[in-house]
Design a protein around this ligand. Structure first.
Ligand code: IMP
Ligand code: MG
Length: 184
């Protein structure tokens, strides 16, 4: 599928499933080297990161745990700036190496919020693994240790990312196609 229509807007393919899988493998390879003896806790941020987390974890071969937290900050196609916490952290994470798994780092509000909570809970080390990173939108200083794919500041859907709830199931990643929408 080279184009999809979601909520009346046309999206065109931007990153193929094959490209995604290669980039995810590269991140896993680096994690397998860096975190070999750290018994990390991977903390996947729902909903968006579920596909990335699943594919990444299948390629991670170090002794590790995985858990989930749920946050929401987006409405439509832009960040609201306020973050709602829907599922929190229940594990005893004091002294652990925690790897936050994100679908996309945009402004950085979400990862900053999570990183602050983790610090309060006494983790020894925080790393961030994100499928996508939008450097042009990033307003924070927290280093992003593992980025699979750097993207421009466009609105994307697919492979876990949604547009108002739809599109998460797409295997490829799509970008809004303004030109196709204007012709309608
Ligand atoms: P941030 O807090 O601004 O960094 O935004 C992070 C969250 O906003 C991500 O985890 C996504 O759930 C969502 N988000 C950011 N950019 C996009 C996008 O292009 N498409 C869909 N969701 C996005
Ligand atoms: Mg997310």
């Amino acid at each position: 599928m080279s184009k999809v229509v979601i909520h009346g807007h046309t999206f065109k393919i931007k990153i193929s499933a094959a490209e995604i899988h290669k980039a995810v493998s590269d991140v896993a390879r680096q994690i397998n080297i860096d975190l070999k003896d750290k018994k990390p806790l991977f903390l996947a941020v729902l909903n968006g990161s579920f596909m990335f987390a699943s594919d990444l974890m299948k390629k991670v071969n170090v002794e590790c745990e995985i858990s989930f937290m749920k946050l929401a900050s987006y409405e439509g196609t832009s960040s609201t700036g306020t973050i709602k916490q829907l599922i929190g952290i229940n594990e005893d994470i004091k002294g652990r190496t925690v790897v936050i798994i994100e679908d996309i780092v945009d402004t950085g509000n979400t990862i900053e919020n999570i990183a602050e909570q983790l610090k309060e809970l006494g983790v020894s080390e925080i790393k961030i693994a994100t499928l996508l990173f939008k450097p042009e939108a990033y307003t924070k200083t927290i280093p992003i240790e593992y980025t699979a794919i750097v993207v421009p500041n466009d609105f994307l859907v697919g492979y876990g990312l949604d547009y108002n709830g739809l599109g998460r199931n797409l295997a490829d990643i799509y970008v809004l196609d303004y030109v196709a929408d204007e012709k309608k």
